[in-house]
Design a protein around this ligand. Structure first.
Ligand SMILES: [Ca+2]
Length: 389
């Protein structure tokens, strides 16, 4: 809500306070798929943001501070992890239809599958640099600002072109994280089609070239989602995700998912990233009221290349204890597993939102080959309450 002050040579200064709070309780059982091995955990994730947005003429300054703490209950003991960051500190200047934003800022491209704000994560994404945006074009040159896993050597640059129902982007990433030099060019196009009044088709396809670790990069990924209204306030949908993987002496074919808002992409339980994957999903979404919805979904997950690894939602290789889920011999098959989930979300009065979800993950042959014979399912549930001023 803007507060108007008549001041400073009759110019109008608008001051908008930014204030939000979120609490999420999570419980995850048998992340290791082993009922006999104790690893069950609970987390209470608390996050507060406070800041100010000050505007005068075409100039807007934004400052937001973020305090994120995680209270963790683990078999090895309880603990608390705290991250405090200046999430946004930027100045935006509007000249005609063009806006220049300089400084630390939240930044997302299109559907956020490649670069996004990652709001689900307690420590969200923010970048710092320059963004120039008009009605159709966006140019950006950024380095890491606030990331869950900091990457000091990162330079991210690119340009995107937006039409009515389609966005095409070229993203260039230079990075020397963990001593591995890489340059990746990602060319992506995404959009929405309406085959008829009751159905919607969303698509994205991305190609990567460049070099990493002395090899040439040749990778690609695709997403397609088809949703159809099958009854009043009921949508049925199916979704496909593919991302290449594997490597040879000369070529690295593992797709780099970059810095996405990765939650709820390949299953609600966030077990899997958009890397070396073939996945199909189907579900039904019920619009219970104007402010609430309930969804049932099923996700099937397979490795694209059975000699490459199973990658997690953050992009790193998943691990069973100290062992990475990777079989270079390729003799454990491709079957990662299947997920069944249920989630609910609603918008309440006075700026509150409430959501909850639960899921069960049935491991496949590839995952079971790491843990031995007594494999069991992984289960996950959460309840989240949010509030914004
Ligand atoms: Ca266990």
């Amino acid at each position: 809500m803007p507060i108007l002050l008549d001041n400073f040579d009759n110019r109008d200064i608008h001051i908008k306070p930014i204030l939000e709070f979120r609490a999420r309780y999570e419980r995850r059982l048998d992340s290791d798929f082993q009922p006999d091995r104790s690893d069950n955990r609970s987390n209470l994730l608390l996050r507060g943001r406070f800041g100010l947005q000050v505007s005068m003429d075409g100039l807007t300054a934004t400052f937001v501070y973020q305090h994120a703490s995680s209270l963790n209950w683990l078999p090895v003991g309880n603990g608390i992890a705290i991250r405090s960051d200046l999430l946004e500190a930027n100045v935006a200047f509007k000249n005609g239809a063009t806006t220049y934003t300089i400084g630390r800022q939240r930044f997302g491209l299109g559907n956020r599958r490649l670069i996004g704000e990652l709001d689900w994560n307690n420590v969200a994404n923010a970048f710092e640099g320059l963004k120039v945006e008009d009605r159709t074009w966006t140019f950006f040159l950024m380095r890491a600002g606030v990331l869950p896993t900091p990457s000091k050597g990162l330079v991210l640059s690119g340009v995107s072109f937006k039409r009515a129902s389609n966005t095409t982007a070229l993203i260039i990433k230079f990075d020397d994280a963990k001593g591995v030099n890489q340059t990746r060019y990602t060319l992506s196009t995404e959009g929405t089609l309406k085959p008829n009044a009751k159905s919607t088709l969303n698509y994205q396809i991305a190609f990567q070239a460049g070099h990493q670790d002395g090899k040439s990069v040749q990778a690609w990924a695709a997403n397609g989602r088809y949703g159809m209204d099958i009854a009043p306030k009921v949508e049925a949908y199916s979704e496909l995700n593919v991302a290449s993987g594997g490597s040879s002496n000369r070529v690295n074919a593992t797709f780099d998912q970059l810095y996405p808002s990765g939650h709820d992409r390949l299953g609600l339980m966030d077990t899997t990233g958009w890397k070396n994957i073939v996945s199909a999903a189907a579900g039904v979404k019920f619009k219970l009221s104007a402010n609430s919805s309930l969804r049932l979904s099923y996700t099937w997950l397979q490795l694209y290349d059975n000699r490459d690894a199973w990658y997690g939602v953050g992009g790193a290789i998943n691990a069973f204890g100290a062992t990475l889920y990777r079989n270079p011999a390729g003799n454990s098959g491709r079957d990662i597993g299947q997920e069944f989930s249920l989630d609910y979300s609603s918008t309440l009065d006075n700026g509150f939102t409430l959501s909850a979800g639960a899921g069960v993950f049935l491991p496949g042959r590839f995952v079971k080959s790491f843990g031995g014979t007594s494999s069991g399912n992984q289960t996950f549930g959460y309840v989240m309450l949010g509030w914004k001023f």
